[in-house]
Design a protein around this ligand. Sequence first.
Ligand code: ARG
Length: 458
Amino acid sequence: MAKMWAGRTDGVTEKIADDFNSSIHFDSRMYRQDITGSIIHAAMLSKQGIISEADADALTKGLEAILADLESGTLQIDMSCEDIHMFVEQVLTERIGDTGKKLHTARSRNDQVALDIRIYLREKTDEIVALLKELVSEITDKADTYKDTILPGYTHLQRAQPITFGHHLMAYAMMLLRDIERFKDCRKRMNLSPIGCCALAGTTYNTDRRFEAERLGFDGICLNSLDGVSDRDFCAEFMSAVAILMMHLSRFSEEIILWSSWEFKFVELSDAYTTGSSIMPQKKNPDMAELVRGKTGRVYGDLLALLTTLKGLPLAYNKDMQEDKESVFDSCDTVIMCLKVFTGMIKTLKANTENMKRAAQKGFINATDLADYLVKKGMPFRSAYKISGSIVAYCIEKDKVLEELPLEVYKEYSPLFENDLYNEIDLMVCVEKRVSEGGTSVDSVKAQINYVKEILKK
Ligand code: ARG
């Protein structure tokens, strides 16, 4: 069949060229956004007297019926069409006759596709923000449960200072709150309407772009018609936000993978979020966390693919831009799935508090507190640091921990040591002393939890 755009050419193309050119197998997911945009376009055309009210009425009814039939499954998308925009217009014209051909007045597929992606991504952004809020809420609840559970805090993956598991979890809550902000911020720039930019230069018809924008829930319009049809920076920005969010989930996943290993045994994942091995009967693998970590690479790839596609394109529309959709849709689908799985995994995760504590006891993570003890008794920090280091070395040699050394031994290192040192190096005391804002003390973690809960309520 000859193409809708047959005119200059006879519109007859090779099948392989059609297959290569077509985008319907991935842009068909935007059918609802496309039809919604068209209904408002018809309304604008009639309001401005560009088409008659009767025509607008026929277009609207025809489009609404197509939407209903697609949703109910009575109408199947014809995958031999070039794209979703052509499909909708073709079915409309088949159903209502020549009036259907008036829909594309004062419009081009260039502004139409830009409109559809903006509406689609705006919805996905809202969905992601809602999922993120759910995840942050689960993390915060977990943090509340474990706000006084001692855990060794690490730097360089070496045990460093005692913290609580609640404090550690709240670090991720804070990161994800920023992710929420990033998505909301990106939505602001995304939410400007390109419809009416037409092919590139605007139109000679007396259109009302602001009417269309307002009816479609946009905050305003793209103020330069070339920009409106040319740029996909809102996709790149969205995918950057996805990439950063996935980076956070990936780090969290990495910790969950480590923590659930036999070497750490800090957490126990629910059976519902693990898998077994087909050969090794003893295995309980953290596949969900590993997949989130793995899929992070994939969304980085999506972002890079889009940026690379765009970097050499002259204004305005180029067919290369059809390549934007697969990567942006892949990022959407991937991050949404990851968020859903991750939330379930966190919700059902249990901490092995005894093992966390045991690991905290063995790592000399109270050595800083031992040095601080001497400082508080008048010794300069550097000297206190050196003495504490020597005591740690002694403990390692004797296979002991700081809490077990008798006072006589301490006295050999400094006469400033008294019996009260044991309280100062008690792990829970070490945690509770870290009262600086944002620190690991139970009260500070409670304050962090309250802060996040307040933000989530908004
Ligand atoms: N399927 C095309 C895309 O996704 C729609 C825009 C086509 N515009 C054009 N001038 N060929 O980019």
